[in-house]
Design a protein around this ligand. Structure first.
Ligand SMILES: Nc1ncnc2c1ncn2[C@@H]1O[C@H](COP(=O)(O)OP(=O)(O)OP(=O)(O)O)[C@@H](O)[C@H]1O
Ligand SMILES: Nc1ncnc2c1ncn2[C@@H]1O[C@H](COP(=O)(O)OP(=O)(O)OP(=O)(O)O)[C@@H](O)[C@H]1O
Ligand SMILES: [Mg+2]
Ligand SMILES: [Mg+2]
Lengths: 227, 227
């Protein structure tokens, strides 16, 4: 599903070049469950944005479902994203003038889904993340962990084939965090490819395959038997 | 230092009233080290904002260093905050057009500190949080955990007497997170009153006194011996 080959992403701030991604080569099969861990600033979010077609390499290639993505126009990337990818952002990126319900509904509105099916899908994911009684709250009327759960629900509402989760439990107590991970793992068992960036080692080690990043490089890539 | 008596904070969203703080009574001595834990949405940030003079009770009283705060004008609250309180926000609240250096420097600029002492204080806290080589980056050029560390540095730069930390390690790997907690605990040993909201039980249990909130109430308030 995902084939990154010698991907580089370099920033210039002042004098020295900063290698946010340094020669990253990585293949991920459909249906895999992968965790990505590593120190703050090691390139995890940059990697996820690249995989999620929100950013493009400076060099190297990225094949998504066999399609070479580096040369695609933005319109085509947007279509691929909309049809395939759900993204839980580390900073949530919610819309402040919309309620929780409307934020979650937004991808379906943009995809032209009819009102009735939108309503039932949004209700369903709101319940999955325990926010049924917060549907009408706007972001400034929600706690940090509730905002995180709205971001999670929004990523799930269109049943994406690829789910990218950037630290989805950082603002959640251990009970809510566990519930969220169980929801994501259930979706993975149903066939969704799941890539989870986390700082929580208890969560990271639940994945079948674990990647460790340091200074923009993939330092470790281990699989473990299921069970 | 802090005396909350029967403090209530109630929101109305649509029909039903929401008791974000429900009859909270709490006394905190100067120099204490307290953790506040509890489920997402239980009122921890609301409590911290109240203590930090960023919000006021709907009923009940709050004495800060013996001063009745409910009737103070905003100008006076701002002065008390500026002179006494450092706040690490759950959502960071950094200024996007300023660099990390300038964000951290801001409280000192507002307090009229001369340039030379500002520069050395900012350099010092940047090193304490491991961001010496990111000083000139703006928020959109920083990772999630780097943003969190800028927010931490900004709260420390004026050596406040009271430090309020709302989930200061949620975006940090366990190594960076531990370093941050050790910095905060060192400041507490030097006399700073430290109130730490956290979802991480390993961190929460390091405090001498542990508060648990549920549904806007203080459900538990335990002290343990030192050592
Ligand atoms: N302006 C508001 N209007 C309505 N409800 C609000 C408002 N602000 C907060 N709330 C509600 O008050 C409750 C307490 O919020 P608070 O931010 O204190 O929770 P918290 O314990 O910090 O949660 P978390 O661990 O998720 O950060 C939440 O259930 C939230 O939905
Ligand atoms: N636009 C940019 N310009 C310059 N440097 C950047 C930019 N965006 C990111 N960086 C740098 O690239 C590095 C990788 O950032 P990234 O956000 O991928 O880290 P991360 O592993 O997700 O960290 P965290 O665990 O703190 O979220 C960081 O050191 C950051 O300072
Ligand atoms: Mg990140
Ligand atoms: Mg909070």
């Amino acid at each position: 599903m995902i084939v990154l080959d010698s991907v580089n992403k370099t920033y210039q701030v002042g004098g020295t070049p900063l290698h946010a991604l340094d020669n990253v080569t990585l293949s991920i099969e459909t249906g895999e469950y992968l965790s990505v861990m590593g120190p703050s600033g090691s390139g995890k979010s940059t990697l996820l944005n690249m995989i999620g077609l929100l950013d493009h390499p400076d060099s190297g290639s990225y094949l998504f479902n066999g399609v070479a993505t580096e040369t695609l126009p933005e319109q085509e990337l947007a279509r691929l994203r909309g049809e395939n990818i759900g993204f839980i952002f580390q900073a949530f990126h919610l819309i402040n003038r919309l309620t929780a319900f409307e934020n979650i509904e937004l991808p379906m509105v943009l995809a032209g889904e009819p009102v009735k099916s939108r309503r039932s899908s949004v209700r369903q994911v709101l319940d999955m993340v325990g926010l049924g009684d917060r549907a009408d709250h706007k972001p400034n009327q929600l706690s940090g962990g509730q905002l995180q759960r709205v971001a999670i629900a929004r990523a799930l509402v269109m049943h994406p084939k690829l789910l990218l989760a950037d630290e989805p439990t950082g603002n959640l107590d251990s009970v809510s965090g566990k519930e969220v991970i169980e929801v994501l793992e259930q979706l993975n068992r149903e066939g969704i490819t799941l890539i989870l960036v986390t700082h929580d080692r208890h969560i990271g080690k639940r994945a079948n395959r674990r990647i460790r990043m340091v200074d923009g490089k993939i330092e470790k890539d281990e699989r473990q038997g299921k069970g």
